[in-house]
Ligand binder design. Structure first.
Ligand SMILES: [Zn+2]
Length: 163
């Protein structure tokens, strides 16, 4: 059985980001490389956020998904460099985030990201597009998201942080 890298990528779109179930790990940019050698698969993944406890879960899900497709010999490498950035999400992916009710990350600006002085410049409400929003908490349901409140439509929402 020979399988193409493209086919494996297609299988991996079945693995959703545990934190954002509308997005799969391929569109998130988590999958970095796939090497197919006979029936052996080597997959490189990059964590979206160093503090994300979801990575182990993602690994388990990749293995489970590929087992279902008949692959038993799977090696997963975690690649830390270059670090994942939200720029790896396509515009389409960001739109999906938004329709899921999470304000998508903006483009990283020219200035270097400084995690200690992290401020989101302006976050638009994913429901009404208003920029009358305020940061309620640096951490939403997970470390990757912060919690905002929209003063226009009075709804709380989460923002996927840029980094
Ligand atoms: Zn709103």
């Amino acid at each position: 059985m020979t399988v193409s890298k493209e086919k494996i990528l297609e299988y991996l779109t079945e693995v959703k980001d545990p934190e954002i179930p509308v997005l799969d790990i391929v569109e998130m940019g988590i999958v970095r490389d796939i090497v197919v050698h006979n029936e052996t698969l080597k997959i490189d993944i990059t964590p979206t956020y160093s503090g994300c406890p979801a990575m182990k879960l993602i690994e388990d899900q990749i293995i489970a998904e590929l087992h279902k497709k008949g692959f038993d010999d799977i090696t997963i490498n975690t690649v830390m460099s270059p670090a994942w950035t939200t720029d790896w999400m396509s515009e389409k992916t960001k739109q999906k985030l938004k329709s899921y009710g999470i304000a998508p990350p903006g483009r990283l600006s020219d200035d270097e990201f400084d995690p200690l002085n992290y401020v989101d410049k302006e976050v638009d409400c994913p429901f009404c597009e208003s920029n009358e929003t305020e940061l309620k908490s640096e951490f939403g349901s997970t470390a990757c998201k912060s919690l905002y409140y929209c003063n226009n439509c009075c709804q709380p929402f989460e923002h996927f942080k840029c980094h």
